[in-house]
Ligand binder design. Sequence first.
Ligand code: SF4
Length: 271
Amino acid sequence: MRVDKLPHIWCAGCGDGSVTAALIRAIDKLKIQRDDVAVITGIGCSSRVNNILDFNTFQTLHGRAVAYASGFKMAKPQMKVIVVTGDGDGAGIGGNHLIHAARRNIDLTVILINNKIFGMTGGQFSPLTPYGAVASTAIYETIEYPFDVCKLMEASGATYVARGTVYHLSLTEKLIAQALEHKGFSFVEVITQCPTGFGKRNKMPDPYDLLMWQKENSVHVDQVGKYSAEELKNKHIIGELFVSNDRMEFTEAYEQLKERARLSAKGGGNK
Ligand code: SF4
């Protein structure tokens, strides 16, 4: 932690600090050395974790963290490369980068902190804002439907997909640790509270209201069978949602490709 950078910029009651703490604890529990970790962010409240984290960190352009992280991982495949992003930065502006990094199964861990709004840039609705919510760009309620970013990641080729919430923080910490241990593209969505940009406009001005909303609207994946499709509508399914080891990790595939090319150039290799 870069204590010289404190106090942080987050509003009172914001969930970003809780997710940051869960990430630090997960790295600590796995005994990953500080110098072996790179945390790459874009723009937005969640991306400001880099102000206070004492790893190799860099903050990039809005929506471009996954692209920078992919390049970084190719150059330093031995490092644990983590992207911390938000729903606006990661699923909105950077959505295309997210899809293609998942498709390649490159060994990144993306933690998408979903506060359901563009917080820092003024409370505009994001692709993950619930239908009917109020935002600075939807003062009469948004008429756009959100997508399920975890389903999108699974469909795109991610090999570890999970969802937690700030309310269920110990579960979230466990999921982040599992994602960090996974070889391949791992994705953890963390539902968080933004009392300033989202809560105040949506009749939940107190962070406590938003935490209770997370609690009441989350169902653990192991409990899904107890509910009807109607009851599960608009609920967050939390826990480990998808794990697969049937795709080669991209930097490894690239090393093999280089070897084939080297042998081919010498005239004795794979055509
Ligand atoms: S605007 Fe929302 S997400 Fe940003 S720091 Fe404030 S509470 Fe947190």
